[in-house]
Design a protein. Structure first.
Length: 509
């Protein structure tokens, strides 16, 4: 084994031991299900903000997005623009009211439980449907994170992708299994910080290495028309159409339907802390998304030889390895920056595992199957669910050719279409009723499955045939169904309306 490999391994081992150590310490503070799923609603502003954004961005931020821009050019940055707009609106419009409403609605600990309590769903229809949607789409989402980890270890150490996949999954599983929400948020805080440092420093060094002549370096790398490559209105050398731009910006619609992000809003200890969190999160995401886009462009100018399309998602890894080479100390520092990619992977996978665990153990097992189950029993079921979901996601991610971008895209669309419109309506439109809520979840989730997976247009999926992102249509189809069905059916009862007014008059303690 070479000295360079040893230096990187030492950096990775130190980092992974720290994450596991946090899991062990958090386990001692986890005494009940509220601690395991919401950290006792005690998150401070910095932990809430960075854990929300770190769990949001995943390996997609450091691998999928830069890789897409590396191949197609700056035109693929419209996704980042849409995500930034969505982040801002989510923190400014959704976060405070959702935190209030989950407290008023019988101290709801999960998104499905909030839906049940918001609409006084005594038959627990919403609870079952929304839990099933979470498990289905989060399996795909978690698989994308595990695939990112597998590609990272495979590229850095040259070990078999499947062994690399197993290593990454094992570490994430350990600290999520032990510490629950508190462990996940604490590790996400560290991981979000590490991601930001790497995103800022690496492209600056690469830019200096090409003497600031990015255009000339791009030409040398084989880009025929550098102006088009650097234009927001071209991608892969072709004009980027309005429909393509709109589809990319539509990614921002998904934010208000992401359970692993929304649960952070629910867990902040006060509205004062939430206000601070909003500012921190918005600044973090602006810097991170911009830097990730820059990495794609600078990476194309900096790296030699040029990566092929399959390897393009490893552009950030390749940049770090090329910059931090030579002596042991430099390689060790490079290893820490590579841990930033691992941080992005882990910060999302752990949150997704926990949300799946809460849906199965709290929403299905406790609230539907075994209402009298003790807290200890629910915790045991939660930890078993974490294990089962990790294994299933591991199997989905087994194919080394699987695209991180595609996996994230499908899961994001499914969750955003199924839950996003309902969250907005549940929080801001008091006429929303139970039948409308059910119609919204089913129509949104089902549309994405049909649009993205069923080859019903001349042997192609509707997405492949049209190029229109399923979330762009699915979100509004769900919204229309919620409004139409709510208006055509009986108005909410007095208890539901009373809760809505209580949220309007809520005073934070």
């Amino acid at each position: 084994m070479s000295g360079s490999s040893i230096a990187v391994i030492i950096a990775f081992v130190c980092y992974l031991l720290l994450m596991i150590g946090i899991g062990v310490m958090s386990m001692k503070k986890t005494k009940n299900t509220e601690d395991y799923f919401l950290g006792g609603r005690g998150l401070n502003s910095w932990v809430a903000a960075l854990s929300a954004q770190a769990s949001d961005m995943s390996g997609w931020l450091l691998m999928g997005l830069p890789g897409s821009i590396y191949v197609g050019g700056t035109g693929r940055a419209w996704i980042a623009i849409g995500l930034f707009i969505g982040t801002v609106l989510n923190w400014l419009l959704i976060s405070k009211r959702l935190r209030r409403y989950t407290i008023v609605a019988n101290n709801s600990l999960t998104l499905p439980e909030f839906f049940q309590n918001r609409f006084h769903d005594k038959k627990k229809i919403l609870l079952g449907i929304s839990s099933a949607v979470i498990v289905i789409f989060f399996l795909v989402y978690t698989a994308s994170a595990l695939a990112s980890g597998g590609k990272l270890f495979n590229t850095v150490f040259g070990i078999d992708y499947h062994i690399a996949l197993l290593i990454g999954a094992a570490v994430i599983l350990i600290y999520t299994f032990l510490g629950g929400f508190l462990a996940v948020c604490t590790t996400d805080f560290i991981q979000g910080t590490l991601m930001l440092i790497g995103l800022m420093i690496v492209p600056i060094i690469a830019w200096a290495a090409v003497s600031g002549d990015v255009s000339g370096a791009l030409s040398a790398s084989g880009i025929v028309n550098t102006e088009n490559y650097m234009s927001l209105f071209y991608a892969n050398g072709e004009p980027y159409t309005f429909v393509q731009i709109l589809s990319d910006v539509a990614w921002g619609l998904g934010y208000c339907g992401m359970p692993h992000i929304l649960v952070r809003f629910m867990a902040v200890k006060s509205e004062k802390e939430l206000k601070k969190s909003s500012a921190i999160a918005i600044i973090w995401v602006a810097i991170s998304l911009f830097a990730a886009c820059v990495i794609g462009v600078i990476g194309r100018a900096f790296l030699s030889p040029v990566l092929d399309e399959v390897a393009s998602e490893t552009v950030f890894i390749a940049m770090i390895k090329q910059i931090f080479s030579g002596n042991f100390l430099l390689i060790f520092i490079g290893g820490l920056f590579l841990c930033g990619i691992l941080a992005a992977v882990m910060s999302t996978a752990d949150s997704q595992l926990l949300v799946c665990a809460s849906s199965v153990s709290k929403d299905i097992f406790k609230n539907i199957l075994k209402p009298k189950a003790s807290d200890d029993k629910v915790l045991k079921v939660s930890r078993c669910t974490v294990l089962c979901v990790a294994v299933l996601a591991f199997l989905i991610a087994w194919n080394p050719e699987s695209s991180i971008m595609d996996l994230v895209s499908d899961a994001w669309a499914g969750l955003g279409s199924a839950f996003g419109p309902l969250v907005v309506c549940a929080l801001f439109w008091k006429r929303t009723n139970l039948p409308g809520a059910v119609a919204g979840i089913i129509s949104g989730g089902l549309f994405v499955i049909i649009w993205d997976y069923l080859p019903i247009v001349n042997g192609q999926t509707p997405y492949a045939a049209t190029g229109i992102y399923s979330l762009l249509l699915g979100f509004f189809i769900s919204l229309i169904c919620i409004v139409a069905v709510s208006l055509m059916t009986k108005a909410p009862d007095e208890g539901v309306l009373k809760d809505f007014e209580a949220v309007n008059n809520y005073v934070d303690k």
